[in-house]
Each structure stands twice: as C-alpha cells, then as structure tokens.
Design a protein. Structure first.
Length: 284
C-alpha cells in the first residue's frame, strides 16, 4: 500500500493491474531509443525497453469526505477495446477493503474521464446484475464528457456505458457537472479542466495546509512525457490541445513544487517536476 499526505489529506493508491507496451505503440512518433535516452525514466521501462504503466485508483481522505478518483477496469467486463481487459479478475476490492476503506463509506467518486479503465469499479456483478460498488457516493461526471461518450457509436463505448454508467444513473447516484472551469468538491479538493485527451477531461487538485498535489488523470500516461511533452498518446482525441495542456500543467508544477501523482505511473507513482533544459524531469 502506497500513501501520501498533503496537509490534512491522505491519499492511498489501490492497485488493480500493470501493463507494458512499446513506446511506439503508445506514443506515435516516439522510438524505443529515445525512451532509453531519458536516463531518469528508466525505473518506468521494463527489460524489453517497453513503457511500464499501472492501472490504479486513488482514495482521497479529507477531514470531511472520502473520495475515490478513477475506478480502473473492473472485473468481468466484456466488449472492451483492449482484449486483456475482458474477463479481468483481480483482488482490487479485497485490497480496497484491506487498506481500511469500506465501499459503503465512500461519499464521492470522481472519474477524470470516461475511458473504460477509469470507470470500471463504478459497478460490480452481483447475482448477475451490474450493481453500484459505492452505493452512498455522488458520482460527479462532467456533462460534456458524458454527452461525448453517449453519442459515440463504437461498440466498446456502448459496452462501457451499459455496465459502468447506466447502473449508477439508474440508482440516482450521478451528478452531471460543468467542470469547464475549476469545480470545487470540498475545501481541499477541486476539479480542474485538462482537455485534449478527451473533451471533458479533468485533473484533481488537492490543497491543504499550504501543500498542493495534482492527480493527473490521462493528460499524461507515462513519466517520459515530462521529458517529451510533445509525445501525444495514441488515444488523445485532440493532440494539439493535449500537448498544450501538458506543457501548461508541467510549467505550473515546476513553478510551485506540487506533488504530481500519475494516474498511470507505476511505482514510484508520485514526485516533483523539475526544470531540465527545454523540458522537465521527474524526481520521486
């Protein structure tokens, strides 16, 4: 179990599963040799030279709220675009409880966006029916983000909507919000727009007792993008916007020294962004 403290807020990483892929597959135009040349990023590269990634949720415990940020892929899914996500079976919920968090105690669920690997544990199968995992939580979803995926005709999007979103809507647990500017969840936590990966993508800004942290979501997928912010992910809907968002966020992080927690960064998952020539480096 990995934890960080930001003022009066405690953040706990709950791991679901790991992945690795050639950098050329993840970031079109990048090369394995270029990835290997980023000396400080080698803890995030496997023995084959592939970029390592993690899928995990983050529990943010403030003095007044227990919040879950991004709910991974989930067990028993079908129709996902990545075959490895179909029929997944993990110990996520056992580990979630083992970290001292009962699903019934969660008051807010925040999904940075609505890709399948960020919404899965919104629900789970119970007696063959998709059932809300966090039955007492408000699920805050940006309206533009929801409308974008609701209109998408891809079969994988329809499957995600059917098993991960429709059950929480039916239970009256969803609040569609406007996160096009900063949206405050509680005194310590706000959603900040970081568009480009998807239209309504947000990151989670945490400020408490003079300390600051940022949970990235997918405006970055891998620490190598700190050194090479021009490397857009293959799944970025608007690459130019995604790159501009990444540069602005990295500039701000380097200026104020905030803790940056990567939603897909494997261990070490959090660190500080430091200037490094024309770009930046990541120091855990």
């Amino acid at each position: 179990m990995t934890q960080w403290t930001v003022g009066d807020v405690r953040i706990t990483k709950i791991h679901e599963h790991d992945m690795a892929a050639p950098v050329e597959f993840m970031f079109p135009g990048a090369t394995t040799d270029e990835l290997k040349a980023i000396d400080w990023a080698q803890p995030y590269v496997d023995e084959n030279g592939h970029a390592k990634m993690s899928v995990h949720a983050l529990v943010v415990a403030t003095p007044t709220l227990k919040i879950v940020v991004d709910t991974c892929v989930g067990n028993d899914r079908q129709g996902r675009s990545l075959p490895m996500w179909n029929g997944l079976q993990t110990r996520f919920m056992e580990d979630f409880r083992g970290a001292g968090h009962a699903p019934e105690e969660i008051q807010v669920v925040l999904c940075t966006h609505l890709h399948s690997d960020h919404v899965g544990w919104n629900t789970h199968l119970k007696d063959g029916v998709w059932t809300p995992t966090f039955p007492n939580a408000r699920h805050l979803i940006d309206r533009r983000e929801f409308e974008f995926w609701q209109a998408d005709e891809a079969e994988s999007s329809k499957a995600m909507l059917a098993d991960s979103l429709q059950p929480i809507f039916a239970a009256g647990l969803v609040e569609l919000i406007d996160a096009s500017s900063a949206y405050r969840v509680c005194p310590e936590v706000q959603l900040v727009p970081t568009p480009g990966h998807t239209p309504g993508h947000v990151s989670v800004l945490i400020q408490s007792a003079g300390e600051t942290a940022l949970i990235t979501g997918d405006f970055m997928h891998h620490p190598c993008q700190i050194a090479r912010p021009e490397w857009n992910a293959v799944s970025d809907a608007a690459p130019d916007t995604a790159c501009a968002t990444r540069r602005a966020a990295l500039t701000e992080a380097a200026q104020d020294g905030r803790l940056v927690i990567g939603t897909h960064f494997p261990t070490p998952t959090a660190g500080r962004v430091k200037p490094d020539g024309r770009a930046w480096r990541f120091e855990s």
